[in-house]
Design a protein around this ligand. Sequence first.
Ligand code: BES
Ligand code: MN
Ligand code: MN
Length: 460
Amino acid sequence: MNGDALTLEALRRYAEDRRPAFEAELRTLVEIPSVSSDPGRKGDMRRCAEAAADLFRRYGGRAEVLETEGNPLVLGSFDSDPGHPVLTVYNHMDVQPANEPEWTTEPFRMGIEGDTYRGRGTTDDKGPALSAFFGALAARDAGVPLNVRFLWELEEEIGSPSFKGGLERHRDLLGTDAIVVSDTVWITRGRPSTPAGLRGLQGFRLTLETARHDLHSGVVGGAARNPLAELMTAVNDMVDGPTGHIKIPHFHREVVKPTRKELKEWAQSGFDVATFRQDHDLLSMRTVEPLKVMKRIWARPTMEVHGVVGGYTGPGIKSAVPPRAEVKMSCRLVPDMDGATTLARIRKFLARRHPDVVVHEEHGLAPFKGHVTGPYAQAVKEAYAFAFGVPCCFTREGGSIGAVRTMEEVLGCQVFFLGLSLPSHGYHAPNENYDWEQASGGMVAFAHYFEQVSGLEAKP
Ligand code: BES
Ligand code: MN
Ligand code: MN
């Protein structure tokens, strides 16, 4: 191993030298609209997998496109020697749709404005994936005695429906000592954090049909039922809008409170409500007390209304009684909640109060409790400190990554997180972006991480 090539200075130079290559590769990936929720994009999903495999091969690695029941997985490898430890980096190559009206540039064209890269997927999750990729090249070129593998999923944004089957089918190829995921956000710029847990998710829809077609509200109104109003009442019975308080009996029964140690760490994390508000463009909030905000986004479940379908939405009003309506909802789950139990409680509650409302189950992801001790977790801390010059803290993550629990279960190894995205990068938002500071620091952090774990004994 050439230690000189792994000093901070040398790695920074390595990253700087690769900037044109990084930008070209990011452009290639961002300009493939790999929107997994859009059935019309099947061809693009395949094209994205092929482009990813091609990337590993062009830089001297091996790559395979692994078939699943749904979109394929891409496995890229930079192997050194079968006797060396194996570390797998997980990222996802699929992205959210990008039809928000606030986009100021074409979402599937990569815009470069100084150090900022703009476009759907730049930060979630193609940019972080490429930071890890170039970090692996630096480690390989320095002769770090590690086999680095990359597992790139193409169905993360739809709840990873084929991931478990895919891992089981290709288990022989996927053996690894540990996994590191780069798909999470920091507290804010200059404040790295790594999650000690992720929230889960249980999606569902409510529908109600009370007539066959629009009716004149002067003719039938008063006697006819209004499905939109009834669904609004049903929602209001379940959750209080202004506070977010969930009113379903026993809903919170399994919720584990954050420990005193966790709360202390959060208090020192640098989390600041004004910054949070600014990073996310929030106009107002349910609370502005920092610890309450952190508990709400990391340690408490939610019940959210995502969309309402039904009735007249054109200009002015149409005085009709709508025949049917739908509400799209989900709950974020925290340890030790369970999606099926949560949904059963919702069903029971609605069956009693609103017996005609039909509850349709959507995808569910279990919450995840992470690992904060041991050499792999310690190496994450050291990688951030080395590359960014500031210590990171263990917080939790409010979002969900379905693959994480599945990888631990099927591959029998632990998952750690080395995220590089910032709140201001706008996950799922219009004008999503990534930047060179995070990208280049990320390459250095990953190279250092690879160097450290190459010295560890097998599975933690
Ligand atoms: N990268 C996110 C998960 C995430 C979000 C981590 C926020 C940290 C903070 C991931 O791509 C994502 O968006 N997951 C979805 C999954 C869902 C669509 C099944 C989520 O959390 O909504
Ligand atoms: Mn993501
Ligand atoms: Mn996402």
